[in-house]
Design a protein around this ligand. Structure first.
Ligand SMILES: [Zn+2]
Length: 370
């Protein structure tokens, strides 16, 4: 992973580069960012940079022997610790190391549910166990094999149990020489205060819509409109954006919602029944996705009506729709629509017949808009 692979995180990158170049890198860093942020990607890019044999001013070289191994996550001085589930006694996450490498190499913007699903443990809790702690200590007692630094990257340290966290604390208090701890968290408030106080926090902000759209264009070759639409839906979470990308028909939520509202406005019952039939044929995920989208657009409509239009980050089509419908609907109507959509989502999750849910909503909205 190189810094140049990560979009829109210039400030954090500058901070890390300066720390390395001026010899002020703390021995333990806490990459603290929300789910779907660049916290893990930045930690991997830093790990590659500190051991690069031909460091450039703004990035690792990407070609030296160390970089080549780091890029495949097989560098002998890079130790990865991560939550697992279903482990037989006495085993550590090492048993899943090959799977974990593959998981990160696909793309580094990953989530815990994503990982648990990959290892077939999606309805279990992941955690970092006491055996893991012993393994950490053992690995760190070894000298660096090749690079200047031994690196211990811990993904989601908030999932350590008490004995594991205490073992980590002990090594953080008396760190072995030339060892760099990179803790990557989504929930820093769940870490022991004593761990927080022994790490230097690197705050990683959520991605901007622009950064997400750029990533989607550069890495997945999406066109501008589709990239913008997904960025809007993902709300700063790149993992979510990448998940949406693999879902069916992510680019037509707006067309679907706009048509629905227009048919309600015109009280076109024949078309509303047809749309309910079509909705019934979608997968449950898609049905919920359409309602999620509708709720977000209604919230933006509400903000527009409150005079907070400057806060909106809408693509052009959506903006035109919001301006038009703000004239037709009162604030009370919008609140009612959002409440009904939330309830409809709840019913869909509990296996209500989608066609009936959709028709019921259509009739309510038709009466409201009248
Ligand atoms: Zn290099």
């Amino acid at each position: 992973m190189q810094f140049s692979d990560i979009v829109g995180q210039d400030a954090v990158q500058q901070l890390l580069l300066r720390a390395v170049q001026t010899n002020h890198l703390a021995h333990a860093l806490l990459f603290d960012g929300p789910t779907g942020s660049a916290n893990l990607a930045l930690a991997l890019a830093l790990a590659q940079y500190v051991n690069c044999e031909d460091k450039q001013a703004t990035d690792s070289c990407g070609r030296c022997a160390s970089c080549v191994k780091m890029q495949k996550l097989v560098h002998p001085d890079l130790h990865l610790v991560f939550p697992v589930a279903n482990l037989a006694k006495g085993k550590t996450s090492e048993a899943y190391l090959t799977d974990f490498r593959k998981f990160l190499l696909e793309q580094p913007y990953r989530t815990l549910p994503d990982w648990l699903e990959t290892i077939g443990a999606d309805n279990k809790q992941g955690n970092i166990s006491a055996e893991e702690a012993r393994s950490i200590l053992q690995k760190l007692s070894l000298k660096a094999y090749e690079g200047p630094y031994k690196i211990m990257l811990i993904w989601l340290p908030e999932l350590m149990n008490v004995s594991s966290a205490n073992a980590l604390l002990k090594v953080l208090e008396e760190p072995p020489a030339k060892t760099l701890f990179l803790l990557v968290t989504n929930q820093a408030d769940k870490l022991l205060i004593t761990i927080l106080s022994r790490t230097q926090r690197v705050g990683v902000p959520a991605f901007t819509d622009d950064a997400i759209a750029t990533h989607l264009r550069q890495h997945l070759n999406l066109d501008e409109t589709t990239a913008r639409r997904i960025a809007y839906l993902a709300d700063g979470n790149l993992a979510e954006a990448l998940r949406l990308r693999t879902q069916e028909g992510t680019d037509d939520e707006h067309a679907w919602f706009a048509e629905w509202m227009r048919d309600c406005y015109r009280q076109d019952l024949a078309k509303l029944v047809k749309q309910a039939d079509q909705f019934d044929g979608f997968s449950k995920e898609k049905q919920k996705g359409l309602f999620d989208y509708s709720i977000r657009l209604c919230r933006d409509l509400f903000l527009w009506q409150q005079g907070a239009g400057a806060l909106l980050r809408l693509p052009d089509d959506e903006m035109a729709f919001v301006k038009n419908f703000a004239r037709v609907l009162t604030t009370a109507h919008v609140e009612r629509i959002v409440a009904d959509l939330n309830q409809a989502t709840y019913h869909i999750e509990r296996n209500a017949r989608a066609k009936m849910v959709m028709l019921d909503l259509s009739l309510t909205f038709t009466r409201l808009i009248k």
